[in-house]
Design a protein around this ligand. Structure first.
Ligand SMILES: [Zn+2]
Length: 315
């Protein structure tokens, strides 16, 4: 059965590459992050994360792979747009249910307790008519001292997730300013446009793949004895990597532009000063580079460097 053959091939690649990267993950968490005081992960959490990750990959990744390969074998050249539709629906579903279904597998989420902070957040959300359903605190300190905050959900059912590490580090005004920045991403349509761009990217990727996937020459060039879907997929990922790098640079440029817009939104609708203070604290706590090389920023940074953001906030 060629379908089973392909699935077994990718399962072996997955297990093999994971075994190779395991010691590096371990070193990164328990040696490098530990050395600078970031690591809070216990060995138990590290390995149970791995195990849960495997089970999720097996069910979700395996399921998608099966549909993908089945379409290639059954639908021929039409597979790409059918799978594009499947992938688009899947991406929207993950976005909708990430906080409700996936996140709780790895972290504990508790509603933010009543008090000054909750009052201020609700007050701010109302002032910019942002539909806030729930404010949750996540035990990020279970793994790392690094802090974060994000929104999830569509339409009228938005949830804010604050890391407990963020709550520890910042007074209420700074936390509201951080949220105002996140609300800025929503109000300036960055979230919906980001989603659309990802869907378009997947479409482009699948279309290009459809031009290569049935080539017997590619399989032969990779050492196969005849046409093979899995060999052509591996070959395609190699050919696609320079394109993916160029797309990545474009996406980072767009993301940095969006960060400035979200900062400006926070300044307009709340205040610039507490956001500037929060950014400084975050930068110090994560030991981020104060003076990165501009070209390095151009290629790799999804967020503008601290000094650029402060300069714009203080203008
Ligand atoms: Zn942002």
């Amino acid at each position: 059965n060629p379908l089973f053959h392909s699935v077994a091939f990718f399962a072996l690649i997955f297990i093999g590459s994971d075994l190779i990267s395991l010691p590096f993950d371990y070193y990164s968490t328990f040696v490098i992050e530990e050395k600078y005081g970031f690591n809070k992960t216990s060995l138990g959490t590290f390995f149970s994360d791995k195990l849960k990750g495997y089970i999720l990959s097996l069910i979700v990744g395996g399921g998608l792979l099966l549909v993908f390969l089945w379409l290639i074998h059954q639908m021929g050249p039409h597979f790409w747009w059918i799978f594009w539709a499947v992938a688009a629906v899947f991406m929207v579903l993950v976005n909708l249910f990430y906080t409700a279904w996936i996140l709780p597998l790895f972290n504990k989420l508790t509603p933010l307790e009543d008090g000054e902070l909750k009052q201020k957040i609700i007050h701010y959300a109302q002032s910019v008519s942002f539909p806030l359903e729930n404010i949750l605190v996540m035990d990020g300190s279970k793994r790392s001292a690094k802090a974060n905050a994000f929104f999830s959900g569509f339409g009228k059912r938005k949830k804010v997730v604050l890391y407990d590490t963020l709550l520890e580090q910042h007074p209420p005004d700074e936390l509201v300013a951080v949220l105002a920045h996140e609300v800025g991403h929503y109000k300036k349509k960055h979230i919906i446009l980001g989603m659309l761009t990802s869907v378009l990217q997947v479409g482009l990727l699948l279309f290009l793949l459809s031009q290569f996937i049935f080539s017997e020459n590619m399989s032969l060039a990779l050492g196969g004895s005849g046409w093979s879907a899995q060999l052509n997929i591996i070959g395609f990922t190699m050919l696609f990597s320079p394109i993916s790098m160029i797309i990545g640079i474009g996406m980072n440029w767009l993301s940095r532009k969006n960060e400035f817009e979200a900062d400006a939104f926070a300044k307009e609708t709340f205040e610039g000063k507490p956001l500037a203070e929060a950014l400084k604290t975050l930068s110090v706590k994560t030991l981020s580079n104060i003076n990165p090389h501009p070209w390095y920023v151009f290629v790799n940074y999804s967020h503008p460097p601290l000094l650029d953001r402060l300069e714009k906030l203080e203008k």
